[in-house]
Design a protein around this ligand. Structure first.
Ligand SMILES: *Cc1c(COP(=O)(O)O)cnc(C)c1O
Length: 353
């Protein structure tokens, strides 16, 4: 694992080290253990593929490029980690993200034999920052540990592109305007586990989180969410007008996902429908469904890339969504192709290690 200590008393960030994976020693008074002074990232290292007919998502014909390892938009993860640290009042958030990416590349090179090959296989990377400051007073920490651990992971969809059933029927709220939902900090996740388990017990795999009287949709589980709606009428080229909607980052209750941003940029380039970041409420979604205009819904995140949504429980009734839809499958294939270097993506997306 990669470890980089920060100590305000001796000049801030110390020399990065790569050491054997193992337990860390921490004061029981460390503020990470009491006040949630902790943030993290989720990213992956991929073993590149040369596509045969790999675009079918099954990987038949893919050829593994043993020596070609890739990261996907790691600069975005570093910027988000810095933002999370700043939100927590941690010092040292002005570190050089490019330098940490170089350290992560070195870690991945050392761990290269642990990177499985094939579509959907990768080495998951978990950059984490914790306070090591042994102080029970409520004040910003003076010492930190940034570390990165790794784990081989397989395809999220072992049995095909399985759609998920969601429920909005929960009294709990994950994030709200002005809260901390836009930061990847541990304190946002612990409190979702009991409501999530309750939803699971009722036959729903995740919660579609909303907030407020108007029931603004925010996220699904720990993924960003997208809706493809028909708008009525035709566009300039005679096509049915459609709109891809995801909630906006402006309120501060949405985690700025790298997958979310990449989907927005890809869809924008296709220029086949409107791509919009705006508020969307449950009543709008229900109305669109009643009118037959709710074409698709899916979640987006590094772990599963794209997760099609088939049901949304709302006030005791299931809204049925066609799934898996064409758009979800196309985005999944296109993103995976870029992540594995099968297809050259936009500048700076697939980074060689
Ligand atoms: C990590 C995360 C996401 C997805 O972000 P990616 O960068 O795409 O992996 C979305 N929502 C929440 C709440 C998250 O924690």
């Amino acid at each position: 694992m990669l470890t980089i200590a920060y100590d305000g008393k001796v000049g801030g960030w110390q020399t990065p080290k790569i050491v054997p994976y193992g337990d860390i020693s921490l004061s029981p008074a460390a503020s990470s253990l009491h006040y949630g002074m902790q943030c993290f990232e989720g990213m992956k290292a991929y073993r590149a593929l040369t596509g045969g007919d790999g675009r079918d998502g099954k990987g038949e014909g893919d050829v593994v490029e043993e020596d070609d390892l890739r990261l996907f938009r790691p600069d975005r993860n570093m910027n988000r980690l810095k933002d999370s640290m700043r939100r927590l009042g941690m010092p040292g958030y002005d570190f050089d993200g490019g330098e940490v990416i170089e350290c992560i590349k070195e870690l991945v090179r050392l761990d290269r034999d642990w990177i499985p090959s094939g579509r959907g296989y990768s080495l998951y990377l978990r950059p984490t920052v914790i306070s090591t400051h042994p102080y029970l007073g409520l004040s910003p920490p003076e010492s930190l540990l940034l570390y990165v651990i790794t784990s081989p992971v397989g395809p999220y969809y072992a049995t095909g592109f399985d759609p998920v059933r969601l429920t909005t029927d929960t009294p709990y709220v994950r994030a709200w305007p002005g809260g901390s939902g836009s930061s990847k900090i541990g304190g946002n996740y612990g409190p979702t586990m009991m409501p999530g388990a309750e939803a699971h017990g009722r036959g729903y795999s995740q919660i579609l989180w909303t907030f407020g009287e108007e029931e603004h949709v925010t996220e699904v589980g720990a993924m960003n969410v997208f809706f493809l709606l028909e708008k009525g009428g035709a566009d300039g080229k005679g096509r049915r007008r459609r709109e891809l909607v995801t909630p906006p980052l402006t309120r501060g209750d949405i985690l700025p996902g790298v997958t979310r941003q990449s989907i927005l940029e890809l869809a924008e380039r296709w220029d086949e429908f409107d791509v919009v970041e705006r508020s969307i409420t449950m009543s709008e979604i229900r109305k669109a469904s009643c009118d037959g205009r709710l074409l698709e819904a899916f979640g987006a995140g590094t772990a599963a890339v794209v997760t099609p949504i088939s049901h949304i429980q709302y006030r005791g009734e299931d809204i049925i969504v066609p799934a898996p839809g064409e758009l979800a499958m196309r985005l999944f294939d296109d993103l995976v192709d870029i992540q594995y270097g099968v297809v050259e993506g936009p500048e700076g997306w697939s980074v060689r290690i």
